[in-house]
Ligand binder design. Sequence first.
Ligand SMILES: Nc1ncnc2c1ncn2[C@@H]1O[C@H](COP(=O)(O)OP(=O)(O)OP(=O)(O)O)[C@@H](O)[C@H]1O
Ligand SMILES: [Mg+2]
Length: 209
Amino acid sequence: MTQGRLISLEGGEGTGKSTQAKALANALEINGHKVWLTREPGGTPGAETIRELLLTGSEEKWNIRTEALLFAAARAEHCAKLIRPALSRGEWVITDRFIDSSRAYQSVNGQLDDAEIKDLHRVGSNNLMPDRTFILDLPEAVASRRAAARDRGDSDRIGGRDSAYHQAVMAKFRQFAVDEPDRVRLVDASQTAEAITEMLLQNLSDLMS
Ligand SMILES: Nc1ncnc2c1ncn2[C@@H]1O[C@H](COP(=O)(O)OP(=O)(O)OP(=O)(O)O)[C@@H](O)[C@H]1O
Ligand SMILES: [Mg+2]
């Protein structure tokens, strides 16, 4: 049996995470792996219910710490019911967002600090970390144009925050790649979707056993 692997796709809104998660899952399946394509917040019925609570409603709906706890609670459910069982069967899991989104989105503008967010992940999910994380890096203006074209101007509770917030989030993501180069790889998301998928596969060759 091959070893199970957890791969996360991260980056701001409209950077191509969902496009790449899907393409990567297809490519890995063609290579003979059993692959689960999932997303955060969500991925299990309970976690999808929490997603709905998080992404709809007014900006003021949740206190920032409540919000961080809800993300951690959704992830706890996702890890316990989908990700850990799949990994223990030797399967691959591709997740569209994971812990690094919490670390980026919940830490900007003096919200929680990184240690607090990691503590929530330790309590909720026993610190399960991806084997590899790809940060899709795209200038915020280009990413928001892509997302706006896709959504025809609609955005969710978090996507609707201002451009300065999203730029600060992107800077956090870039820093993770500097701090943890073995796990976290920064990918130029301005290339064609096909070229990006190829780059991701190259950056997984050491994990294919
Ligand atoms: N490499 C690419 N070049 C040009 N357009 C792209 C590329 N990748 C994705 N797109 C398009 O950009 C839009 C955003 O892509 P996608 O939905 O995959 O982003 P996302 O990161 O999942 O966004 P969100 O955070 O809002 O879920 C889509 O319309 C998609 O078709
Ligand atoms: Mg998406």
